[in-house]
Every structure is written in C-alpha cells, then in structure tokens.
Design a protein around this ligand. Structure first.
Ligand code: IMP
Length: 207
C-alpha cells in the first residue's frame, strides 16, 4: 500500500539550488517546510544507478537516513533522441566538476552536429524526472514524469537552470529559460512526477 506523508517537514535531497528552488515552490501549497540536504550539510551520495529511478532512490534514502526525516529526491535529465538518449542520467556530469552548464550546452551542440542533427525534426528530446520520497525506515515511493520537446541553438533566456535555455517544449516557441517559472511548473517533467507524488502520498492536503 502507498504510504502517506503525514508530517510537515521534509528534506529536499539535493545540492542543486535550481532544483531545490523548484521543489520548494511545488511543495509550498501543501503546508510542507522544505530544508535542503545542502543546508543540513549532508554528504552527496554517489549516483551509481543507470536509471533516473535508481538514482532518485539512492539520494532519497541517503538523506532520509542522514537527517532522520522523510526526504524527497529528484533525479532528472535531458534525453536527446539523436544521441541515443544521452546525456540522460549523466546530464549533470556533462557540466564537469564545476557544473558549468554553458559548457554542457556547448558540448550538446557539438554532439548534435557530430550526429548531423541540424534540422528541428532531428532535434527531438525529452526531459525526464524521477521523484523518490523515502522514510528513515527505508520505505520508498517513486514517481516519474516527462516532457517532450526539441533542442534549439543558440541557448536563449536566463530563467530556469541547467539545459533550460536549449529546450523548447512541444507546442511552445520559447525555451524553458524564457518562460515564466509558473508556466514551466504547469508542464515540466518535474511537475508531472510531482502530480503523481501528490495524488498518491499527500491525499487530502491539496492546496
Ligand atoms: P541530477 O542532479 O543528477 O538529477 O542532475 C540532473 C541534471 O539534469 C541537472 O543538473 C540539469 O543539468 C539537468 N536538468 C534536470 N532537470 C532540468 C530542468 O528542469 N531544466 C534544465 N535542466 C535540467
């Protein structure tokens, strides 16, 4: 049976400020105080999984046990069709040690050129997200979401984070970095996984 979240505080198991901000905003209507793993000084576990679900579980369990509180982890990334799904679970790592996403976006453009994916029709991609809610006793609940779109170059916009300036969602013309955060929250991979989480684990607490 799906376990309900009945507390009022949880750890966001991430050190990524962009993600922590988005998850905190998504949680706000549910009367939940979010504290980040970074602020608690928790170590970042090694992401040894080969799927978003596996890595989300590793991070959520590490934070839940480390903080002795329920913890919510997000593992997400950009999967590009012409690159066989890359960078996928390695999306953060394409930014190098310093997590430089200008570098990662240039690398992406180079990889697409090498794959001769020049036209919009060859530039299909999706963002995927797995959210895992874990409790200190080891119980976990996992939810996934994705948003289809395409890669554009050069990058446009200065909102959002990561690969947002190069991603235009289906039926849109602006990148995720050009639109209002509320617009991104309405359709993003993270928002879709979040809807599954809320429906299953936060029933009766809706905004
Ligand atoms: P993770 O911390 O291993 O899950 O890293 C996910 C990486 O995927 C991030 O560092 C970003 O580069 C990328 N990513 C995930 N979600 C988004 C998003 O909503 N916008 C832009 N990039 C994203």
């Amino acid at each position: 049976m799906t376990r309900q979240f009945d507390g009022d505080k949880l750890v966001v198991a991430s050190h990524n400020k962009g993600k922590v901000k988005e998850i905190t905003e998504l949680l706000a209507p549910f009367g939940v105080t979010a504290v980040s793993a970074g602020d608690l000084g928790l170590a970042e576990p090694e992401e040894t999984g080969t799927t978003f679900e596996a890595n989300a579980k590793i991070k959520a369990l590490a934070a839940a046990r480390g903080a002795n509180l329920p913890a919510l982890a997000d593992d997400s990334g950009l999967c590009v069709d012409a690159l066989g799904g890359e960078p996928g679970v390695y999306s953060a790592r394409w930014g190098g040690e310093s997590k430089n996403f200008n570098l990662a976006m240039e690398k992406l453009q180079e990889a697409l050129s090498k794959a001769r994916a020049y036209d919009a029709r060859d530039r299909g991609a999706h963002f995927a997200c797995a959210l895992c809610l874990a409790w200190p006793d080891g119980h976990t609940e996992t939810f996934v979401g994705k948003v289809e779109g395409k890669i554009v170059y050069p990058p446009r916009g200065n909102r959002g984070f990561g690969y947002d300036p190069m991603f235009v969602a289906e039926d849109m013309t602006k990148t995720f970095a050009e639109i209002d955060p509320a617009e991104k929250h309405a359709i993003s991979h993270r928002a879709r996984a979040f809807q599954g989480l809320i429906k299953a684990c936060f029933s009766g607490r809706e905004g």
